[in-house]
Each structure stands twice: as structure tokens, then as C-alpha cells.
Design a protein around this ligand. Structure first.
Ligand SMILES: *Cc1c(COP(=O)(O)O)cnc(C)c1O
Length: 361
């Protein structure tokens, strides 16, 4: 299997289409010796290859494409743990990772421990096969030191997996900071148009890479070529969309500070945010998510529903700004906590609509 570096060198021949081919195929013409050729649609697809090469360029590492972020997270965990192993996952990160570990890995004999994101730096990793971190955490936006956690985890021989969904490779580079595997939901900013689910895992370790590829082939957790193709289209504008989203978020976060209906405003790019110092060192952008804590559930809902530029929806990272109250899914946050995903809209129009809604509370 060629690495992302070798693949990116493949030139087009005259007359080739610039856009990648969307290949829907379960079977390939394969007489005789099958070695080195795609065999079957569950193990190989040329459209996945194109997307994995593009993701490889962003991660500077080989990538395995999955049909969702959770499929990538599952692959990373399943290929790193055995019965009897201990894993440490965040108690305040993306909830589905906890459900997966507690409901499906624990009954197979994996000891699942959780701790708050901020406590990872002082946590006891003894006996851990995997330390799984998410920073900035979704939805609380707490930030922890990936380098420090990786060093401590490696001292006890643990594999470090970082969920980089909230930042993407343009905002944070966990593999460079010592992580062994990066996982991400490409459903969010990389897809960017709220019309597909996809995910990937990236690693520079050939054995881990092969294990995750094999997991994909034999579990059948494979991406659809159509969605993979759409993700490739999204990736081409990720850098410009993300720039705009993060710039917009920086502007909005400052302006939220003046409103008394808000108990707290969390944004790693605010000077007074507890994450600011570390975020400035560790991340190359401050992200497009803002945490807004209203005093009550009603005020939070009134704000979301009263703002004509905000989609009331779960998930984040789309070109359109969206918001939701995370408590409705049982996250460990207060009733009035709203996660705001800032989109690509012209910022003054977006702010005018947000300010209107805030003033009506
Ligand atoms: C959304 C999300 C996931 C899961 O991704 P899906 O594509 O929905 O499966 C995992 N981690 C984080 C931090 C997320 O926000």
C-alpha cells in the first residue's frame, strides 16, 4: 500500500479530468493473480484513495477513511485494546465515545475509566493501554496540554489517541505534539455543508495503520463512495472556510462579553478565558465554537429560537451558524449552556441578528 507521500506525486496525464472520479463499485476486473489490485468493494475503492491522500496531505500522516467520526473512534479503540486492559477517556467530551466504551467495550473485559478533561494532566495512567483525549473538549471547550499528556502516557506504555474534531489539522496538530493516533469527525468542518457523515483516523505508525485498515475491511465499517467524493469537495475549501469561521468567532466572542444575560462566555481565544494561554501555544487558531451560559433553559431557548441567522440544530462546523442547548442530550453542563458553532456568514449581519435576539431576552 503506497503512503500518502508517494500517492500525492502521481501526476495527471493529458486529458484526465481534474475532479476525482466517483467510483461506485463492488467488483473489479480481476483475472489471475489478484496481488496489488483492488479486489472487492469492501477492501478498496479509488475514491477513498483520493480522499485519504488529501487527508494525508493535511495530517502529514497516512489516513484511513471511515463512514463517520464514531466509526473512526471505534476502529482506533478496538485495534488498541484487549480484554483486561484499562482505558482512560474524558468524562466531559463527546458523549458517544463514552457510550461506546461503557456499553460495548466494558462488557468485553476492558476497564473503562473516565476523568474530566482538565484533570488529564495530573491523572494516574498506570496500567492504561489507551489514553484518549479531546481538546478543546466538546462541549465545554476546556484545553489540555497534548504534549505533556502524551509524554506521561508514553512513560507507562499507553497509546495516545486524540480526537481533533473541534480544531481540524489546520488548527491543531496532535501527531506533532506526540499523539499516536488522531481521530476526527469529518462530518463537521471538513465536510462543512451539513450534508454528509464521514470520519478518519491518522497515524505515522505502520502497524496501527494496518490494524485500522483491516478493522475496516473485516468489520465492514466502510465509507460510501458518494459521501467520500463529497468530503473531497469539502476539503478543498476547508482552509478558507475555517479561517472565516474562526475570525467570525473571535469577533463574536468579544461582543458577547457585554451581555448581562450571559453568566459565562467560553472561547479559547478570549484573553480572560482559562484556556487562553495554553490554546495560544498549542493551537494555531482558536476555533469556531463558543460556549454561552445563559441563566436558565428558557433564556437559552429564547435566544436560539429568536435569532433568524442561527439554525437550531445539533452538530457543528457547517457554513451556516448553528446553536443548541447541550443539556438536552444529557451533557454535563448547566441547563442554560448553549454551544454556538460560528459559520461563514458576513460577520456584521450575523452579529446584528444575534444582538437583536439577545436584546429581546
Ligand atoms: C461529532 C463528533 C464525533 C462523532 O462524529 P460522527 O461523524 O457524528 O460520528 C466525535 N467526536 C467529536 C468531538 C464530535 O464532535
Amino acid at each position: 500500500m503506497k503512503s500518502w507521500k508517494e500517492k500525492q506525486k502521481k501526476p495527471l496525464t493529458k486529458g484526465d479530468p481534474i475532479a476525482p472520479a466517483l467510483v461506485r463499485a463492488s467488483m473489479y476486473h480481476l483475472p489471475g493473480d489478484p496481488d496489488g489490485y483492488p479486489g472487492y468493494g469492501r477492501s478498496a475503492n479509488p475514491t477513498w484513495d483520493v480522499v485519504e491522500t488529501a487527508l494525508g496531505n493535511l495530517e502529514h500522516a497516512d489516513c484511513v477513511l471511515f463512514p463517520s467520526g464514531m466509526a473512526a473512534i471505534t476502529a482506533s479503540l478496538v485495534t488498541c485494546v484487549n480484554a483486561g486492559d484499562r482505558i482512560l477517556i474524558p468524562s466531559d467530551g463527546y458523549y458517544a465515545t463514552r457510550v461506546l466504551a461503557n456499553r460495548f467495550l466494558a462488557p468485553l473485559g476492558v476497564r473503562v475509566d473516565t476523568c474530566r478533561t482538565l484533570d488529564f494532566e495530573h491523572a494516574d495512567f498506570d496500567g492504561c493501554a489507551v489514553v484518549f483525549v479531546e481538546t478543546p473538549s466538546n462541549p465545554g471547550l476546556d484545553v489540555i496540554d497534548i504534549k505533556a499528556v502524551s509524554e506521561a502516557a508514553h512513560r507507562v506504555g499507553a497509546t495516545v489517541i486524540v480526537d481533533n474534531t473541534t480544531m481540524t489539522p489546520f488548527g491543531q496538530r496532535p501527531l506533532e505534539l506526540g499523539a499516536d493516533i488522531v481521530v476526527a469527525s469529518d462530518t463537521k468542518a471538513p465536510g462543512g455543508h451539513s450534508d454528509l457523515l464521514m470520519g478518519h483516523a491518522a497515524t505515522r505508525d505502520a502497524k496501527r495503520l494496518e490494524a485500522m485498515r483491516d478493522w475496516r475491511t473485516f468489520s465492514g465499517s466502510i465509507p460510501g463512495p458518494d459521501e467520500a467524493w463529497l468530503l473531497h469537495r469539502g476539503l478543498q475549501t476547508l482552509a478558507v472556510r475555517l479561517d472565516r469561521m474562526c475570525q467570525n468567532a473571535e469577533v463574536l466572542a468579544e461582543r458577547f462579553l457585554g451581555f448581562s444575560c450571559l453568566k459565562t462566555v467560553r472561547y479559547p481565544g478570549l484573553l480572560q478565558d482559562p484556556a487562553f494561554a495554553l490554546a495560544s501555544r498549542q493551537m494555531t487558531k482558536f476555533g469556531f465554537l463558543i460556549g454561552l451560559e445563559f441563566d436558565t433553559e428558557t433564556t437559552a431557548e429564547t435566544f436560539i429560537n429568536g435569532c433568524d441567522q442561527l439554525q437550531a440544530a445539533t452538530s457543528f462546523g457547517g457554513v451556516h451558524s448553528s446553536a443548541e442547548r447541550r443539556k438536552r442530550w444529557g451533557d454535563d453542563v448547566s441547563d442554560g449552556f448553549v454551544r454556538l458553532s460560528v459559520g461563514c456568514e458576513p460577520v456584521e449581519g450575523l452579529w446584528a441578528s444575534i444582538e437583536d435576539s439577545l436584546k429581546r431576552i
